[in-house]
Ligand binder design. Sequence first.
Ligand code: ATP
Length: 263
Amino acid sequence: MAPSVEAAVRFEGVTVERGGVLILDQVSATVPKGSCTAIIGPNGSGKTTLLLALLGEIDYQGHIIVRCNESTPRIGYVPQRLHFDRGMPLTVSEFLAMGFQKHPLWFGVAGVFRQQARERLAQVKAEHVLDRQIGALSGGELQRVLLALALQQEPDLLVLDEPSAGVDFQGELVFCEVLDDLRRQKGFTLLMVSHDLATVTHHATHVICLNRRVAAEGPPRHTLTNENLTAIFGMHMGLVNSRSMPDDRAQCSAPCCQEHVDA
Ligand SMILES: Nc1ncnc2c1ncn2[C@@H]1O[C@H](COP(=O)(O)OP(=O)(O)OP(=O)(O)O)[C@@H](O)[C@H]1O
């Protein structure tokens, strides 16, 4: 990668050992500012572990540098799963107001927070679930509510762990389109873990191939080659056709992608 690339995140020699097992080994990679960066790799290759290290949830050796315009970067996170009591008597508007409203929720959600919740849900095309019970949402609806929650803090960096897990094809398409639109409008950097090579092919502008170490990194059309995928996943992946990949220049304003396409 060109050294001139402006990085939103820089991983430098990140090493993680848990329970005596080496999970990440000297991982160095860049998440270009404004990019949609996908981390791909087989099960157990350390993808979630790298996100947890970035979020400060686990100890690691090495350095993780997050750069943004503010002194304290705002990082939004949408987890792979949310474990909660599905019988919990909480509506989506109450769930979204929880972090903001000072007076107890049993007095009802104040008009201003209800309106904020409605606007956030509209951004993720899920306005219709405003008054639904949180435990009654489908997997795809809950995922969009969690995205609305992450967007409430106006993040500089949005981190998603497997956005397509448990979502049908149509739901995934809508979710990815919503994310693409939001990223362009708001200018945040998106970092996601994904198992879905079709999603990565169509939406990512930068790819980090991880298998305890970084096996390859760069724009999709240069990274998702049969040679790289065979090396990482250990089998031939017939899914990727370079003609179906996005025009990197149209998708991403990050200098690395511009340079690669211009070259
Ligand atoms: N607390 C822990 N103690 C020991 N090993 C752990 C711990 N947490 C994770 N691991 C191991 O670290 C490895 C990487 O896990 P991680 O969840 O980061 O992989 P992943 O690439 O996200 O996998 P998947 O694609 O299956 O979600 C796995 O082998 C896992 O068993």
